[in-house]
Design a protein around this ligand. Structure first.
Ligand code: ZN
Length: 127
């Protein structure tokens, strides 16, 4: 039987600091520029999932990494994002856009006859 242990995220992050590189330019990440957005772990199966966001110091691109640890195996998927670390924290608790919201937007746009830039600017100012 496999030994199940809790993951020490601090250790995991240290370790990730050694292996994570910018997929755009290959620059090794400074862990100061990396933050954990979300993490969960399953003690029963010895699995852990970590979502992290990194800003490259060299090429300034932002990448989100979805790291999955299953026992001795580690899977990581990186995707380039235009969200900053701050944005990622902000949006992670938001609900996804619903179909109704899209339909409303579509209806709104169908009726809309005017200056797009102006309309969007007004919307922004109302908030
Ligand atoms: Zn880079």
């Amino acid at each position: 039987m496999a030994i199940m242990k809790k993951y020490d995220f601090k250790k995991v992050m240290e370790w990730l600091g050694y292996i994570l590189k910018c997929p755009i330019c290959g620059y090794k990440y400074n862990m100061d520029q990396t933050q954990v957005i979300d993490s969960e772990q399953d003690d029963v199966f010895g699995e852990a999932k970590i979502l992290i966001h990194s800003d490259c110091n060299k090429c300034k691109s932002s990448v989100m990494f979805n790291i999955e640890i299953r026992g001795p195996e580690v899977f990581s998927v990186g995707m380039v994002t235009d969200l900053t670390g701050k944005d990622s924290s902000k949006f992670k608790n938001r609900n996804p856009i619903s179909a109704n919201e899209i339909i409303d937007l579509h209806k709104g746009l169908k009726k809309f006859k005017g200056d797009f830039v102006k309309a969007l600017t007004i919307t922004k100012n109302k908030q």
